[in-house]
Design a protein. Structure first.
Length: 178
């Protein structure tokens, strides 16, 4: 059976399209493709739309402990790009609620205006096969959550010339926190 060729788009139900639109435009540097009173389409790459917001009428807010969508993740090309976005969002008073090197990724987690989880991340491995091998290793299995970090300190070290590969290596964080 054929597999899909890509994940095309994500549609979120909301009663605050304008707030969601503005937040995702800031976070993803997205463009507004089309909008009406009940739906809004955004794109940040070659796809006609990657995210849409649908207002079907009054909705109840989902609680943190409810079953359902937890978060969506957006990958950036480099740690330098991830830090640039972090600093841009910080200037816009948008702050992560969790910063962690999982091993496979270095990730910053945010909450959008509806409280949905949004992860912006960079892959820590250049090769997917190496990443999968790491995810099967005892180091990952024993600590799947990862090692928390201070994004301002990470940014400082990157600007000081520490190589990205070194900063993305979770083993270096584990040594520093021991």
């Amino acid at each position: 059976m054929p597999s899909p060729v890509k994940l095309s788009h994500l549609v979120m139900q909301t009663n605050q399209i304008a707030a969601m639109r503005d937040w995702y435009i800031k976070v993803l540097d997205a463009e507004l493709v089309q909008e009406s009173d009940h739906i809004c389409f955004l794109s940040y790459d070659e796809e006609h739309h990657r995210i849409a917001f649908l207002d079907p009428g009054p909705l109840a807010r989902k609680g943190e402990a409810d079953v359902g969508f937890n978060h969506v993740a957006f990958s950036f090309a480099s740690l330098k790009d991830l830090i640039a976005v972090y600093e841009k969002l910080k200037r816009a008073d948008i702050h992560p609620n969790w910063c962690v090197n999982h091993g496979p990724t270095t990730s910053l987690y945010y909450k959008d205006p509806d409280g949905n989880g949004v992860e912006i991340e960079v892959d820590n491995f250049a090769d997917v096969a190496d990443c999968k091998a790491y995810m099967r290793s005892p180091a990952f299995v024993s600590n799947q959550r990862g090692i928390e970090f201070d994004p301002d300190e990470l940014a400082r070290r990157l600007r000081a010339g520490v190589p990205e590969r070194e900063l993305l290596d979770r083993a270096n964080l584990e040594k520093a926190s021991a």
